[in-house]
Design a protein around this ligand. Structure first.
Ligand code: URA
Ligand code: CA
Length: 432
């Protein structure tokens, strides 16, 4: 069968066989198929969809386009955690040392910031000396030393996904469910932890805006993981506003330390605790005891100690006094009175990128001193003059009036009462 016949099959709504999917992924990985044909099949998949079986096969083929670390073969108890992408989502920085503090190792491959989001790697690199370039044996060494490892995804992990993702980006095929699921899960399965907890974001700041869409993604991701033999649960959580107040690199590290010391933002603490609790249940622990142990670790200093060990093992200096600080802080004051009924998290994320928390061009350096702090939550009653956010300015030259206008414009204050979304919607079954 020629590749154009395979494209025609999917165009006409038929299912593809394992061999046909393998041909597609091999062609993407080794450059054997032209971008025109890869793109045509991507669009056909985007429009026609894939069965759960096809999605599973596509994931497996993409995973095997590169290196498989098969972590569970060496550290069977290690847990991986993934978020589908949020703003002010500092959870990973807290989750890893928190789980280590209660005796469960955590291993994650993380990425850099994309678009309006801040990447976990960029955040960790705000810590002086922190190294993210570890290979498989380096990761296992970190797990032995401190029970938590966060490393950069290497070029050898799912290389077919890099090609396909770049094509999806320019062919309007990013939102396809089977393409999203295979992209995310090929990389998770390439690391190969035996347990995986998924945080599927839902709301205006997520790429799944409605609860039905988020549940669909949560079920599809979990189903591929479970079919591959991974103990997996997914929680759908709210992303109608930034999760934690800090959007940036150094400021998110400071936020994580506050939570690990038993202080800090209540919503960020709660979402982290729910994900950690669910992960411990997957590991066979009793739910109520797991929850109590996690809270105790945050409140008695053991999670904070695990953070210090985690930072030192990765080569970093855990002294928070060394984290870059803003050169200047501009408070954004409310002009209207009423209730906060909407927050444009993506605009806040873009403003954070602008002032240093991300790259406006691929070759731009992060300015760790820059960021945004959000001081209000949906439903808050606002009076004129109340600070709703702070712009943290570092050393990068920025168009200050434009950034301030963007941050101010991200808050919608009206006289009406809005329904408040829950912080955690729950597992697909709990959502119903
Ligand atoms: N994250 C990924 O890695 N891939 C997608 O397709 C979407 C989110
Ligand atoms: Ca740095």
């Amino acid at each position: 069968m020629t590749f154009s016949e395979i494209i025609a099959k999917k165009r006409d709504g038929e299912s593809l066989t394992r061999e046909e999917i393998a041909l597609f992924v091999r062609g993407a990985g080794d450059g054997g198929l032209p971008a025109e044909q890869l793109s045509a099949l991507l669009m056909a998949i985007c429009i026609r969809g894939m069965t759960a079986e096809e999605t599973g096969r596509l994931t497996q083929e993409m995973l095997h386009s590169g290196e498989a670390w098969a972590l569970a073969a060496t550290v069977p108890e290690a847990v991986d955690k993934h978020s589908t992408g949020g703003i002010g989502d500092t959870v990973s920085l807290i989750f890893a040392p928190l789980m280590a503090a209660v005796g469960v190792p955590v291993a994650m491959m993380a990425g850099r910031g994309l678009g309006h989001s801040q990447g976990t790697l960029d955040k960790l690199e705000a810590i002086p000396g922190f190294r993210v370039d570890w290979d498989r044996s380096g990761m296992i060494g970190l797990l032995e030393q401190c029970g938590a490892a966060v490393v950069a995804q290497t070029d050898n992990i799912a290389p077919a996904d890099r090609t396909l993702y770049a094509l999806r980006d320019i062919t309007a095929t990013v939102p396809s469910l089977p393409l999203i699921v295979s992209s995310i899960m090929s990389k998770k399965l390439a690391l190969g932890a035996g347990t995986l907890i998924l945080d599927v974001k839902c709301g205006s700041g997520a790429f799944r805006k409605t609860l039905a869409e988020a549940v669909e993604l949560a079920e599809a991701l979990r189903s591929v993981a479970r079919s591959a033999g991974v103990a997996c649960e997914a929680l759908v959580t709210e992303m109608d506003q930034p999760l934690g107040p800090a959007l940036g690199t150094a400021c998110e590290v400071r936020e994580a330390i506050e939570i690990l010391e038993g202080r800090g933002s209540a919503p960020l603490r709660e979402v982290t605790l729910r994900l950690a609790e669910e992960a411990l249940v997957l590991c066979g622990r009793d739910r109520a005891r797991a929850r109590a142990g996690l809270e105790k670790a945050l409140d008695d200093g053991s999670a904070a100690a695990a953070w210090e060990a985690f930072v030192r093992a990765h080569g970093g200096d855990p002294d928070p006094g060394l984290l870059p600080r803003p050169r200047r802080v501009v408070d954004i004051l409310a002009e209207d009175s009423g209730r906060l009924t909407a927050v444009d998290g993506e605009d806040l994320g873009r403003a954070a990128v602008e002032v240093g928390a991300g790259r406006r061009r691929l070759d731009e350096e992060i300015d760790d001193a820059g960021g945004i702090e959000v001081l209000v939550r949906l439903g808050d009653s606002i009076e004129p003059g109340r600070p709703v956010a702070r712009v943290l300015l570092g050393h990068r030259p920025v168009d200050e009036p434009a950034v301030i206008a963007k941050v101010r414009g991200a808050f919608t204050i009206t006289e009406t009462d809005a329904d408040l979304p829950p912080l955690v919607y729950g597992t697909p079954e709990q959502v119903g």
